[in-house]
Each structure stands twice: as structure tokens, then as C-alpha cells.
Design a protein around this ligand. Structure first.
Ligand SMILES: Cc1cc2nc3c(=O)[nH]c(=O)nc-3n(C[C@H](O)[C@H](O)[C@H](O)COP(=O)(O)OP(=O)(O)OC[C@H]3O[C@@H](n4cnc5c(N)ncnc54)[C@H](O)[C@@H]3O)c2cc1C
Length: 397
């Protein structure tokens, strides 16, 4: 598709209007450090170790990466950032980001916390969606066995039943509160089980509008087809399809497992194929806007241009509730804030949770942003440009 940008992402004044000079300088320091991934990873590992041993380093982690990429340790702590984003027309998606806990009590606690995010969204403006990861409330080893068609022990059957009940409770609460809820996409070897649950929930709760959204990872070569199949099912059964499109976050893991176990990789042959399918999926959703509610989760500028152009081309209102662009907090502010300024629906995932427990999430963000190529460099250059722009302004008397 040939796109002529309808919104420019070059305006750093808009992108960083919410940042004071001091916090911009801090951000600059952090993104400079991202060019030295070895040291950054060492720092994260040391932090991980230090927090485990209760060394007094929490303040330092909180002041640096945590503050850049997270909202706080609990929902009340996130509220100032929610308000701040809202001032610029950007919504928030509270994302409880505790990972790696695999016991019943933790699954139950996480489910309770997600319920709180749903209730917060129903009470507070500026929270257009709730979100959760099934791996935070279900044992993925059990789901993997289910998908592989392996027999479950009695204990595993019980775990599966509990997981299903937790998930159903979340959907039911979201429906009761009329809060749209997205289910994140995860690894392919248990994603089919999630897809089955989400499709059932869409059939049940998406009769009048989209309340439940599934995620489609377009780095999988079968995903555009799956999106179209689900649309077909939505038409046949008279419900609305909620679709969050992303490229996908587990590419290396997917490829490694496929080669280790000797099955064909589910991942596209190259980045161009992922980009092509992602943009075609955007087009498919907008072409079928009578039936599809779309969230495009991407930091890719071209895809965001494609999205804005499609909305304009189809004569949709930029504030049409059926279309959102979403980014992660602390990243791609140039996209989020410029889109919001141009009148489009935009929201940021705002991760939160106890510092020690969101470290795996932070580690992934560092991974994504490290190195001198790609988005990190773009981010770094934009921050640098904005600092220079502010310096060049005439001093006030
Ligand atoms: C709001 C939001 C929600 C998200 N939710 C999820 C989620 O639920 N599940 C999930 O898995 N991820 C999720 N992500 C992460 C997302 O999948 C991407 O990893 C991330 O956004 C980078 O992709 P991009 O579109 O921003 O841009 P880009 O930087 O243009 O794309 C990078 C992506 O392209 C793909 N890619 C890179 N190289 C290749 C290659 N050689 N061959 C094939 N594909 C390649 C990979 O998916 C890689 O992450 C989310 C992201 C956002 C912003």
C-alpha cells in the first residue's frame, strides 16, 4: 500500500510536551545507556539479585527503568500518570505485569488484581480497556499439554478447571461493567487453548458491541488466515470481533522451540512478510468495520500511517470507538502524542506491580530498546532533538 502520511511523527515538541527538562534529560541518559546492552543487562541482573536478597537498591531501580516504563507499584500510584496522559488526549490501559509466579495463590491474587483494573476502568475516564495475560492466571504447562492432546492427571484437570473459572470470571466482570477487555497473545504452543476460550467469550459477550478482544500476532504466517476465519465465524454467529493486532513478541523463542523439537516454525520467513501481513490485517479490519473493532498495537511508524490513512479514507470519524492505536508506556511517544493531537484514539499500556516482580517485563523492554539499530535509536534521536529544540528557545526574562 502506498501511504502518504496524514499525521507526522516528527514533531518532538508535541511528543514530549508532558516531559519536564529534567525528566527529558533523565530519559536521554537511559536511552544512551541502551546503546550499551551488555552493561544494561548486567545492571538488570544485579538488580534482580539485589532485590531477591533485599539489598537497598529498590529506590535506584524505581528511579530509573521502572519510572520510565511503569506506572507504579499499585493502581493508586498509577493515577498521576493516567491523568498526565489524559491531559494530552492519550488513554491508559492498566497492565498488571507480574510474571513468572506459578502457584494457585499467585494466580488467584493476579486475577483479583485484574478485577481491580476492570473496576477502575469502569469508574475512571481515560481507561478505555482492561487487559490480561492468561499465563498470569493459569498454569501454562497444563495448557501446553491440552493443546498437544496429552492426557491430564487429576491434579492437572483441577488446575485447568480453576484456570477456566478465573478467565470466565474476568470476562463476566468486564461484561457486567461494560469495560472492553483484551487478552494478550502468547506462545503458539498453548495459544490455541486461549483462542478457544476467547472465541467462546466473544460469542457470549460481543452481541451488541465488542467487549472481548483477542490478539492476533502477525509474525505467525497463519495469523491473517485465522483473523479472517474468526471474522467469518463472527458473521455466521452474529457477534462483533474484537481484534488487537500486534507483530508478536516471542519470535526467537518460537523459532528455537520449533527447531529443537523438529516442527516447522510458525514464524514468517522474514520481517517484510510480517510487515505485509500486519498492514493487510489492518486493511482487512477496516474494510470489515461493520463487524470488527480494532486495536493496532504497534510502534511501527509506517503501520501507524497505514492505519490513519485507512480511517480517513473510509470516512470514519478519527474518534470512532472501533479503532484505537496503542503503544507501550515509555516508548514511541512521538507516535502516541502526535496521533492524539491529530484527533485519533490512542492508548498506552501502563505496566504496574511490585518492582521486583515486574523486572522480567523491564528486562524485555531493555532488550527491545537496546542496540544501535531500530526504534531505540529513533527514540534516542528524538529525545536529543527535543533537548536541542528547547535549548534553542529564547530564555524568558
Ligand atoms: C500496545 C501493545 C500491545 C502488545 N501486545 C502484545 C501481545 O499481546 N502479544 C505479543 O506477542 N506482543 C505484544 N506486543 C509486542 C509486539 O508484538 C511487538 O513485539 C512490538 O510492538 C514490536 O513490533 P512493532 O509493530 O512495534 O514494530 P517493529 O519494530 O516494526 O517490528 C518488530 C517486530 O517485527 C517482527 N519481526 C522482526 N524481525 C523479524 C523477522 N526476521 N521475521 C519475522 N518477523 C520479524 C517481530 O514480531 C518483532 O517484534 C504489544 C505491543 C504493543 C505496542
Amino acid at each position: 500500500m502506498n501511504t502518504k502520511p496524514s499525521v507526522s511523527f516528527e514533531n518532538t515538541e508535541v511528543a514530549f510536551a508532558h516531559k519536564s527538562n529534567a525528566s527529558l534529560r533523565k530519559m536521554y541518559g537511559l536511552f544512551t545507556l541502551m546503546h550499551y546492552p551488555f552493561w544494561l543487562h548486567t545492571a538488570i541482573n544485579v538488580a534482580n539479585w539485589g532485590l531477591k536478597w533485599k539489598l537497598p537498591i529498590k529506590g535506584m531501580v524505581k528511579y530509573t527503568v521502572f519510572e520510565q516504563f511503569c506506572g507504579g507499584e499499585d493502581i493508586p500510584a498509577c493515577r498521576p500518570k493516567i491523568e498526565e496522559l489524559a491531559t494530552y488526549g492519550v488513554g491508559t490501559i492498566l497492565d498488571y505485569s507480574v510474571e513468572g509466579k506459578i502457584d494457585i495463590a499467585s494466580y488467584d491474587r493476579t486475577k483479583e488484581e485484574i478485577l481491580k483494573t476492570i473496576r477502575e476502568a469502569s469508574r475512571m475516564d481515560h481507561l478505555p480497556f482492561a487487559v490480561f495475560k492468561v499465563s498470569g492466571i493459569a498454569n501454562i504447562h497444563v495448557l501446553t499439554k491440552v493443546q498437544a492432546g496429552q492426557a491430564l492427571s487429576k491434579e492437572e484437570q483441577d488446575a485447568l478447571g480453576r484456570a477456566e473459572r478465573r478467565i470466565k470470571e474476568l470476562f463476566a466482570e468486564a461484561y457486567r461493567a461494560q469495560v472492553r477487555i483484551m487478552v494478550d497473545g502468547e506462545e503458539s504452543w498453548f495459544q490455541d487453548v486461549i483462542d478457544g476460550w476467547v472465541k467462546d467469550a466473544m460469542r457470549e459477550y460481543n452481541q451488541k458491541t465488542a467487549i472481548v478482544y483477542n490478539t492476533y500476532q502477525l509474525y505467525r504466517h497463519d495469523m491473517l488466515r485465522k483473523l479472517k476465519d474468526t471474522h467469518h465465524d463472527a458473521v455466521a454467529n452474529g457477534y462483533f470481533l474484537g481484534a488487537k493486532l500486534v507483530r508478536g513478541a516471542y519470535m526467537e523463542k518460537e523459532r528455537d522451540r520449533a527447531s529443537e523439537k523438529g516442527y516447522p516454525s510458525p514464524i514468517q520467513p522474514n520481517k517484510e512478510a510480517t510487515d505485509r501481513d500486519f498492514n493487510q490485517a489492518l486493511q482487512f479490519c477496516i474494510n470489515n468495520k461493520q463487524r470488527v473493532f480494532l486495536v493496532s498495537g504497534s510502534h511501527n511508524e509506517l503501520s501507524n500511517h497505514v492505519l490513519t490513512e485507512l480511517v480517513d479514507l473510509h470516512g470514519m470519524k478519527r474518534k470512532d470507538e472501533r479503532v484505537y492505536s496503542a503503544q507501550l508506556y515509555g516508548m514511541s511517544d512521538a507516535i502516541s502524542f502526535n496521533l492524539a493531537k491529530a484527533g485519533f484514539n490512542v492508548a498506552k499500556y501502563l505496566p504496574y506491580g511490585p518492582v521486583a516482580e515486574v523486572l522480567p517485563y523491564l528486562s524485555r523492554r531493555v532488550e527491545e530498546n537496546s542496540g544501535i539499530a531500530g526504534q531505540s535509536s529513533r527514540e534516542y534521536l528524538q529525545i536529543k532533538k527535543e533537548i536541542a529544540r528547547r535549548k534553542s528557545l529564547p530564555k524568558r526574562a
